[in-house]
Design a protein. Structure first.
Length: 134
């Protein structure tokens, strides 16, 4: 597997600019593809730049700062994480309950339409209807 300039820089523990400068001056050999990216054989790279045996100090210090400073802080964070998980489960159950109610309401048969009532009319129209009309 060949390195790109960035991968070679990480493998050697130097900057990408150092690798490209070494390629341009002929200190190490490599080929450029059509896109302009370098391809460097690992053996050629490590002939000039020794491989890095451990992580760079910057990466190591970042990993340390990501962990809790105090031992009891881990327990607090784990309890908070568990409480949040339980709250999420409850919220999902509540959502599902409301979803079921909405589905039942959407498939319920529509209420029957009220039967329209004829207006009673005035005195003479009621009288006329009762007498059988003329």
């Amino acid at each position: 597997m060949k390195y790109t300039a960035g991968q070679a820089a990480k493998a050697a523990g130097v900057s990408k600019a150092t690798i490209t400068r070494a390629l341009q001056t002929g200190k190490i050999s490599g080929t450029k593809d059509d896109n302009g990216a370098w391809s460097i054989d690992p053996a050629e790279l490590h002939r000039v730049f020794p491989p890095v045996a451990h992580e760079p100090p910057e990466t190591h210090s970042v990993k340390q700062s990501a962990t809790p400073e105090k031992p009891n802080e881990t327990g607090v964070l784990e309890r908070e994480n568990q409480m949040l998980r339980e709250a999420l489960i409850e919220a999902r159950q509540e959502r599902d309950r409301w979803h079921q109610i909405a589905e039942r309401l959407s498939i319920a048969p529509p209420a029957p339409a009220p039967i329209p009532q004829k207006p009673a009319g005035g005195f003479w129209s009621r009288l006329f209807r009762k007498s059988g009309g003329a």
